[in-house]
Design a protein around this ligand. Structure first.
Ligand code: PGA
Length: 235
């Protein structure tokens, strides 16, 4: 998928609401859409909606497919449920679940081994942006997180933008996406995430190096999601 729009539902929706949402979105062109649903819904959704693409929001970093690891879900298990993508290293997991670059790299490798495309998230804090150290910080994340193969989607998700309503300027996006293009072999797609909504998607669409979007809040409203996808695929 070259122009993905990734809907990160995070910890939202009951199962019934998730099914209603998927029924609702079949009315519009959703070929570029990837829905990152909570773990317990994935097998049900992939089964009921085989024409949609689903992602997990996390995967285990354990080295085995099965074993005594209470609460863990392996890449093998996700693949057996028809999951094609997996978000890795989101800043919320780094913050609340002690994840880091090393665990992100392991998870990305396991996903690739199981034909699941990792969606690897990097991005700086407000402090790093203010100090001017953000390019070095992102560069280091790339060096430490990225798997050996280029079969991944890379997401720039500045922490100061997620859930705040602030999106980077075109110049700020250009700077980071040029870094991506310069230092890594072309991955499947380069995406931007952080406070994208129906009102500002056209601003992000002007930045030609951004191939796709990672949406949080705006992905919980089917009407807004449709509007964003229309703007994005027509950009
Ligand atoms: P947001 O979240 O769109 O609600 O800012 C984006 C994300 O966390 O991926």
């Amino acid at each position: 998928m070259t122009r993905p729009v990734i809907a990160n539902w995070k910890m939202n929706f009951s199962l019934a609401q998730a099914i209603d949402f998927c029924n609702d979105i079949t009315r519009f062109n959703n070929e570029s859409l990837i829905i990152a649903a909570p773990f317990p819904y994935l097998a049900i959704l992939t089964n009921q909606f085989p024409h949609l693409n689903f992602a997990a929001q996390n995967v285990s970093d354990r080295t085995t497919n099965y074993g005594p690891f209470t609460g863990e879900v392996s890449a093998e298990m996700l693949a057996s449920c028809g999951v094609k993508y997996c978000i890795i290293g989101h800043s919320e997991r780094r913050k609340y679940n002690n994840e880091n670059n090393a665990t992100s790299k392991l998870k990305a490798q396991y996903c690739i081994e199981h034909n699941i495309t990792p969606i690897i998230c990097v991005g700086e804090t407000k402090e790093e942006r203010a100090l001017g150290t953000y390019i070095g910080f992102i560069n280091n994340q790339l060096l430490e997180c990225l798997p050996d193969s280029s079969a991944f989607i890379l997401a720039y998700e500045p922490i100061w933008s997620i859930g705040t309503g602030n999106i980077p300027t075109s110049k700020q996006l250009d700077e980071v996406f040029s870094l991506f293009e310069n230092i890594i072999a072309k991955p499947i797609a380069l995406v931007y995430g952080g406070s994208v909504n129906g009102g500002n998607v056209s601003d992000v669409a002007k930045v030609t190096s951004v191939d796709g979007l990672l949406l949080g809040k705006a992905s919980l409203n089917a009407t807004e999601l449709e509007q964003i996808i229309q703007s994005w695929i027509n950009k």
